[in-house]
Design a binder for this molecule. Structure first.
Ligand code: SF4
Ligand code: SF4
Length: 396
């Protein structure tokens, strides 16, 4: 297994991290014997970074990982887990959550602790105002957590604001060849690196959609170059080609995926792809673009929107609904467009001021298209459901 050094603390982290959100299941619950055997096998093959969260597998992921790491495995690996901001309205909530996490994980320290799924700067400000950052620093001083970070789904602008807002030990972003200009983007990855903040990458295969729902033309393009190299291998190698990336998390659901990911990780150095191979991705992206409903390239020239709409983010989710046949896309829409954050960025926030349209090099009728996105992605239930959730969670 190849490793890369964490630029902040010097730890050698395996370039492949084990994402514990898609573990094998049986009858709706985690298949414990299989999941534990996979974790042990991963450690034997050199994976030393395990990523879970308070909410994964309805709270069972942390417990499973804790159980799997008994018997001397805990000391061999780094455990990352996350605090769910939407469950934190006062510091006491966060204190109770981490106590539960330590209990579930059967450990007295967490190596990498993240604020889960920040989507915009006001969300970070809200937590900071509750005293969360000072509390995390105290936990770090005591040794209960060792590194403070955040995971991010939101716009490039908000990523830049958040990454500069605090001396983070690390961050976690969604990044793959389709998202080079989406969410944190390549420039966000480079900015974090410039600031000395190690980057962990999630969603390298967009939840598997870059494999299962890849257009036939794209599959042919990949296989015409090298019939032995699978779409998974192309996608992972593209990410590891970036030397700025420390660890790529893969949510592996069975033994074959684990073995395949390990095989690929063992031969994926940074800057290893040739110019010809990189050009292939440009062609693949062009093909994908011709199949998208709204030809948004996520260039961001239309941003910022005075009403807070994440215009490229809205179009990206909408396009995925058709391009990748993503059944979870409505959830992703809720998640990434700030339904439960201080400043929602979904399509129906648009006030039709028209400020954005003259900046769009693709000449997209942004106002009209946002209405379509709002109709299809939000429908009539979005406002009452999100409104109720926001009231329950006491969000303004
Ligand atoms: S038209 Fe809508 S999306 Fe465009 S800048 Fe105005 S409020 Fe924002
Ligand atoms: S300017 Fe146009 S192409 Fe660029 S992000 Fe905005 S809508 Fe998309």
């Amino acid at each position: 297994m190849l490793t890369r050094k964490n630029a902040k603390n010097g730890e050698e982290l395996s370039i492949l991290g084990f994402g514990c959100m898609r573990m094998p299941t049986s009858g709706g619950s985690i298949d414990e014997p299989r999941a534990i055997a996979m974790i042990h096998s991963a450690i034997k093959e050199g994976i030393n970074y395990f990523d879970t969260a308070y909410i994964y597998h309805n709270g069972k992921s942390e417990s499973l990982l804790g159980k799997a790491l008994l018997g001397g495995y805990r000391e061999k690996v780094k455990v990352a887990t996350k605090l769910p901001p939407f469950m934190v309205n006062k510091l006491e909530n966060a204190q109770k959550i981490i106590a539960k996490q330590l209990e579930r994980l059967q450990t007295d320290y967490i190596d990498y602790y993240l604020l889960h799924m920040l989507t915009d700067k006001p969300m970070f400000n809200r937590l900071a105002a509750l005293g969360v950052m000072e509390w995390l620093e105290k936990l770090k001083e005591e040794g209960t957590i060792r590194n403070i970070g955040f995971s991010f789904h939101g716009s490039k602008t908000d990523f830049e604001l958040i990454v500069r807002a605090y001396p983070w030990d690390f961050c976690q972003i969604q990044y793959n060849y389709l998202d080079e200009n989406n969410q944190a983007t390549k420039s966000g990855l480079q900015l974090a690196t410039k600031l000395g903040i190690p980057v962990i990458v999630m969603e390298p295969l967009r939840g598997g959609k870059l494999v299962t729902h890849l257009p036939e033309e794209v599959k042919r393009t990949f296989s015409s170059y090298d019939p032995k190299r699978s779409p998974v291998e192309w996608a992972l190698k593209w990410i590891w080609n970036h030397q700025e990336v420390n660890v790529v998390l893969s949510g592996m659901s069975d033994e074959a995926q684990l073995a395949d990911n390990i095989r690929i990780a063992c031969s994926s150095e940074a800057n290893a792809l040739s110019d010809e191979e990189l050009k292939l991705f440009e062609h693949v992206k062009e093909v994908m673009m011709t199949k998208t409903k709204i030809p948004c390239t996520s260039c961001g020239y239309c941003m910022p929107c005075p009403a807070g709409v994440d215009i490229p983010g809205c179009f990206s989710c909408y396009n995925d609904k058709y391009l990748l046949k993503d059944k979870m896309v409505r959830f992703r829409y809720l998640q990434t467009l700030g339904a439960l954050s201080v400043k929602p960025a979904n399509a129906s926030q648009c006030t039709s001021c028209g400020k954005c349209e003259s900046h769009c090099p693709q000449e997209i009728a942004i106002r009209k298209q946002l209405k379509t996105v709002s109709r299809e992605m939000e429908g009539i239930f979005y406002k009452p459901i999100v409104g109720s959730l926001r009231r329950i969670l006491k969000l303004k």
